[in-house]
Design a protein around this ligand. Structure first.
Ligand code: SAH
Ligand code: SF4
Length: 371
């Protein structure tokens, strides 16, 4: 199988073009076709010579993701289930900035993307890890989630206007990326960084580094490595427990990197970056939602100057946990605010579709396995 063109960094493309005796500005033109126009066919790249297009075609594939299912409507949060070339499934979730109340679709969107098929970390509340880890995504499979969603939306807009879209110049539908889909991004570090650089590159996706947030379950060595990268990508930590006792109960990764080690890595990140981090904290009934759990969380958040996102647990089939009632969530929020912690509580309804990544894919895999 040929390597995919969207797995090559700008530097790798430049090296390739140099060996072919092609000028460097051709790389810029190629990247424009790939990441701005988002074409899916070599022949659409009309400002590249026929000879160069043939060379590219014989050395690289130009893969896309196959849309297997879509859940949700145009003006709300939507889940895309993709099938990869080897048959595996992954998910991306498109979230409008201001979910529409009056039927007007928002033009600003956050896209939540996946980095692995399955996940090896087995957090006890998460659907992504239920059937274990299958494989890492390659850079083009990470980047292509953004391109495929944008192609889909542009084609949809065109259809509404009674036109057919073949290329989509300039219109960026996704302006925020959160790497919070299936998989542990830092367990696929090199491919992740390649993909993020392509999405961030002024010749590529042109999405600001600060508008790209990576979420990790707490892989301390990679947090330090991430702190040393030149780009200002943002960082979120799936905390879910502010003591080793609570965190260890629901996140096996806490045995490998207990809070002491995790927070030392975050101190290093703070020192290198001077940037805020975000703690994600799922509220799970009877596990981490009592006032006594809020105190150590407030201490940790203040020490690390972290913002806290409280997320009421989304029910996952086959798992024993449940979300606390509204008043318990509000109380937890008030307890943190009383300690002067910057925090938010996700309050939207209809969490069946807003449910964390991994569930749609798991369902599909299981349907297929059952024949
Ligand atoms: N592996 C990375 C990124 C993917 S998980 C990480 O763990 O950070 C993205 C987020 O979804 C994490 O904060 C995770 O804890 C959260 N999540 C997983 N299952 C959930 C559920 N059932 N309800 C709410 N959030 C969930
Ligand atoms: Fe993996 Fe993140 Fe889910 Fe944990 S929460 S199992 S690390 S995807």
């Amino acid at each position: 199988m040929l390597p995919d063109i969207k797995s090559l960094t700008r530097e790798e493309l430049e090296a390739q073009f140099k060996t072919w005796g092609e000028p460097i500005y051709r790389v810029k033109q190629l990247m424009d076709w790939l990441y701005v126009q988002r074409v899916t066919d070599w022949d659409a790249m009309t400002n590249l010579s026929k000879q160069l297009r043939e060379k590219l075609r014989s050395e690289f594939s130009l893969g896309t993701l196959k849309l297997a299912r879509i859940q949700g409507s145009r003006d709300t949060t939507r889940k895309f289930l993709w099938q990869l070339a080897d048959g595996a499934f992954i998910e991306s979730v498109l979230i409008p900035a201001n979910p529409s109340l009056y039927g007007e679709a928002s033009d600003r969107h956050t896209l939540c993307i996946s980095t692995q098929v399955g996940c090896a970390y087995g957090c006890k509340f998460c659907a992504s890890g239920l059937d274990g880890w299958k494989r890492n995504l390659s850079p083009h499979e990470i980047v292509e989630q953004v391109m495929s969603v944008e192609r889909h939306c542009a084609a949809e807009e065109a259809a509404i206007a009674g036109k057919t879209a073949t290329s989509f110049p300039g219109t960026r539908i996704v302006d925020n990326i959160v790497v919070m889909g299936m998989g542990e991004p830092f367990a696929n570090y090199d491919n992740l960084l390649k993909a993020l650089r392509l999405l961030n590159s002024p010749w590529g996706g042109r999405i600001g580094a600060r508008k790209i947030t990576v979420s990790t379950s707490g892989l301390a060595p990679q947090i330090r490595k991430f702190a040393d990268e030149p780009e200002q990508f943002s960082l979120a930590i799936s905390l879910h427990g502010a003591t080793d006792e609570v965190r260890g109960r629901i996140m096996p990764v806490n045995k490998k990197y207990p809070l002491k080690e995790l927070t030392a890595a975050l101190d290093y990140y703070q020192m290198q970056r001077g940037r805020f981090i975000t703690f994600e904290y799922i509220l799970i009934a009877g596990v981490n939602d009592a006032p006594e759990h809020a105190r150590p969380l407030a201490t940790l958040a203040k020490r690390l100057k972290a913002k806290v996102n409280l997320i009421p647990y989304n029910t996952v089939e086959d798992l024993p946990w449940s979300r606390p009632d509204e008043e318990t969530c509000e109380q937890f929020l008030r307890a943190l605010r009383a300690e002067k912690v910057v925090c938010t509580l996700r309050r939207e309804k209809g969490h069946d579709i807003d449910a964390a990544c991994g569930q749609l894919r798991l369902k599909r895999e299981r349907e297929l396995a059952a024949g």
